[in-house]
Design a protein around this ligand. Sequence first.
Ligand SMILES: Nc1ncnc2c1ncn2[C@@H]1O[C@H](COP(=O)(O)OP(=O)(O)OP(=O)(O)O)[C@@H](O)[C@H]1O
Ligand SMILES: [Mg+2]
Length: 348
Amino acid sequence: MGLFDSWRRASKQQSHNSQQEQAKEEEKIKEEVPSPAANLEEIEEEQDVTIAASIEDAEVVERDVSRETFDEEEGFVAQPIKKYADKKPVKHAIGTTKIIAILNQKGGVGKSTTAINLSAALGELGKQVLLVDLDPQGNATSGLGIDKGQLEACIYDVIVSERPITDVIIPDVCDGLDIAPSTINLAGAEVELVSMMAREVRLKEAIGEMRGKYDYIFIDCPPSLGLLTVNALVAADKLLIPIQCEFYALEGVTKLLDSMKRVKNYLNPSLDIFGVLLTMSDRRTTLSKQVASEVRKYFPKTVFEVEIPRTVKISEAPSYGMPITQYDPNGKGALAYKTLAQEVIRRG
Ligand SMILES: Nc1ncnc2c1ncn2[C@@H]1O[C@H](COP(=O)(O)OP(=O)(O)OP(=O)(O)O)[C@@H](O)[C@H]1O
Ligand SMILES: [Mg+2]
């Protein structure tokens, strides 16, 4: 019986048990909690107001959603868009630059969260880091407080129009951390690249000129194995694969490893896995523990010791345009990403 089979059976049983428990729990809640209609009527009576009966009746409040970071007095304010030429001088000698793509074609596993928080944690430890946002969703860009609406150019212009990457890099968004941002324009690149010369190596060429200027370059990949991801696989020295501690954790991993092997055979012979990171772990649940131990068996030696816990603060931080190390510096999320940064440095 393969590892996958035993894992699936165990997880299925676990999921079945928890479904039964959940159903019981829901029954109990139904008995205890009055229906929403009853609630609305009570609230209306108490407060002498009429609550919109349907979504059509509700008043639409327009909000300015283009400002990403938060200030106690001013509300949301975005980071200033600085030029690469204004970058603070680097105080240490840079050795070999490590280019690491953060990749898993599965959506929502913690790629961008890891890209932001690991980069910031390494920056705080004195490293020079460039984060390349290669996802048209631009979550790493907005999560670091950049207002995408204010950008005159982004990584799309670098890959498709061959603009120098220094034209788009925004320096010092946090200590030691620069970002090459993304906007929705990048969504077009996937199609435009198809008919272009050297379509798989365009990012490699663009990033190549930054070797020697940073200790680490991270690439936050989109959740697909399309041409943008292939560009990341070709540009990177190593891969960091975040895996969410949930039932279908290893689903799609074989396909991901297959893509890695194909790129390794034809375009980037030294490509390898740098590390596998367990994300959104909840040590209180049996499922999370089972998944973690299965992933550790599946990738012997490559899984980072530290697991990133699921915390509300980690999910809140991007809406304030801050890494967790700034938003909640003493919380367990920040501690986990700082520990990860140290493991990354130890791995060289
Ligand atoms: N450790 C965590 N604790 C709580 N929430 C988390 C954690 N890590 C990520 N999240 C939340 O999970 C969601 C998905 O995370 P994230 O955007 O980092 O995933 P992703 O792999 O980059 O997604 P996509 O594939 O869409 O690019 C986000 O809402 C994020 O805030
Ligand atoms: Mg993402």
